[in-house]
Structures are given as structure tokens and as C-alpha cells.
Design a protein around this ligand. Sequence first.
Ligand code: ZN
Ligand code: ZN
Length: 392
Amino acid sequence: MKDFRSQVEAMREELIAQRRDFHQHPELAFEEIRTAGIVAEQLQQLGLEVQSGVGKTGVVGVLDGEHDGPTVLVRCDMDALPVTEENETDYVSQTPGKMHACGHDGHTTIALAVARLLNDKRADMHGRVKFVFQPAEETGLGARAMIADGVLDQPKPDYCVGLHLWNEMPVGQVAVPSGPSMAGAGMFELHIQGRGGHAAMPHQTADPVVALAQTINAMQSIVSRNVEPTETAVISITQLAGSHAPNIIPDSVSCAGTIRTFTPAIQQLVTERMHAVAQATAQSMGCTADLQFGVSAPPVNNNAEIAARLTDGYRRIVPDITIHNDFRTMAAEDVSLFLEAIPGVYMMVGSANHERGLDYPHHHPRFDIDEEALIIGASMLASAVSEFVLPD
Ligand SMILES: [Zn+2]
Ligand SMILES: [Zn+2]
């Protein structure tokens, strides 16, 4: 494993400026036109073979070493969130209603830096690196779109690495997880059909509002009563819709939400129980339930052997960084679709700084990172790639 810290240190000001530029110009899922344009231009300037429009707004750049060897996929996401930023920095989002509140501005910056660092080593490189700049991570659709457009073919990658800046962890700490680290996610919509009427004459109706309320409560028992206590699951019902007058019992109401699990067996148990609870509860109140599951992503599953290999390397070259191998979060990430197809590791790079107030959670209007995490992230990601393509 190669140490890139001094090279990254020399790029410090550029990295911060680039991240702040992306931060000021956030773009939502599948609208990453400006971001993708900058990415493609910078990769082209390095001399990489660049393909734009992969999975709508994704960009792929291939860096070919001068010697034969494996192909490493570096995965990075580019999209922002529909959030209005409340920070008062001089690099605040210039677009009301859009914000890089998850750190993908930093990911794009880091991956571009890694392309530069490794491009300088092209002559010594045994293999190639496929840089994948993905759109639409936040909607769970981007990885799928890029895979459908053939990002995993020609050349088929042998390894996959990537990282997420992580405000749940202080800067100076990273996670190189082994096994499942981020939950599988499934989005659902539940529609309760009843029979509406006058609010003063409920006996003439089948009230879907009461049926939905009972269903939401009953679903809380699935995690606490059906899932084995040593396992993990989340059911969150987050959206309600349907009724619009205080004196009318509506015909129907609906809700939506997400489930999070770490294994296919628990995912199946949770979805089956949700169907059963929804049907039985609605029926008991004279209504019917229609529960539909939409976009889903499997858990992020990290290859244990690769995690151990990278951890050993990091302990040698960055002994001052605290490394966790047992990291887990119920947050989901569609990098899981890449890791399902290719062995690899998705690292979490601590980016919080409590003293400086840079510790708001991801997706919060005051989310911001300690930019030291850009330096740590770029050097660690470049080192991870070097482990596969640069001889010691
Ligand atoms: Zn996010
Ligand atoms: Zn994210």
C-alpha cells in the first residue's frame, strides 16, 4: 500500500476550493449536469478515457496502467438533496431548496483527487482503475441506472472501493467495515380504502383514518414482537395523505415509509408481517389495505478479506488514524448494488468536529463537515486503490 499523504497535503487548498464550488452548486438526482460536466472535463484533462451519460447523468473514467493487472472500480456519488441550507458560510448553497446535505460534494472532490494522484503513477500501475461518478444515490435509483447501462462490463471490475464522509464519527476516525455495514432499504406505500361520509354520522361509514391509525400502531409491534431481539430492523412510517376537511370522513387515506434490515430473511419476515397486519387491521374495521413495496436496495456488504487487507495497510501508513472494523448504521446506500456484484469495501470517513459545531447529522439544513476529512479521505482512498494496482 502506497502512502499519498504528502501529495494530498500539497493539493489541500485546491480540494477545499473544489468542494466548496460543488457545495455552492448542488444538483438533485439525475440533474447533475454541471457537476458531471466538471467531472468529465477534469478526467479528460488527465487523459482518461471518459464516457458521459452513463445511467442518465453518470460519468465513467478509465485510467489504464502501463502493465497488466486487475481492474478496480472507485465509486463516488454526486447528487444533492431537496433541502434549503441554513448555514451562514461564504460557500452556502446558491440554490434555495437544494443542498449538499449528505457530503456528496466532498465525495466528488475526493474521487477527482484520487484520479489525479493515480494518474501520476500510471507508469508503475499494474491494472486499471474505473472511476464511477454516480448520479441519484439519494433516490436509490442511480447505481441501478449505471449498472443497466453496463458500468460493470468491459472491463468487468475485480474490486470495488468507495467511501462516505460520516458526521456520526469525529474527524480522524474511519471505519473499514467487515461484513454488512449499512442496512438494506425498502420503500413502501399503504393505501387504506374505506367508505367516506359525514363526520357527524360515522356509523354510516367505514372510517379509513381510524383503520390507518390502528395499522400504524399495530406495525410497531413487528420489530418489537416478531423480529428476534438479537437481529435488527426498522419500520418508519413518514408520510400521511388523504383527508382534507375537518367535517368529512374520507373514502381513503394512505401512508408511506421505509424499512431497514441487514439480512434477506429479516427483510422477508418484516414485509410478510406488514402485509398481514395491514390486511387484518383494515378488514377488522370494514376497510381494505393495499401495501406496495417500491425501490429497494440490499445491505452494504463488505468483503472481510479485503477489509482486513486494507486495515493492515492503513495501520502501517496512517497509524494516527483510528480504524473501526465493526461499524454499522441503519442508513442505506445503493453502493450495495456494486458490492453485491464485485468484492470490495465501502469506508466511512469521520467528518464531525464538535468543537467547531460541525456535527449536524446528514440531511440536516445545517449539515457541514470538517474539511480535514477531504484530506484524510483522498489519501486513504488512493492508498486503497494502490493496494490492488501498485506494487510496494
Ligand atoms: Zn444521504
Ligand atoms: Zn450520502
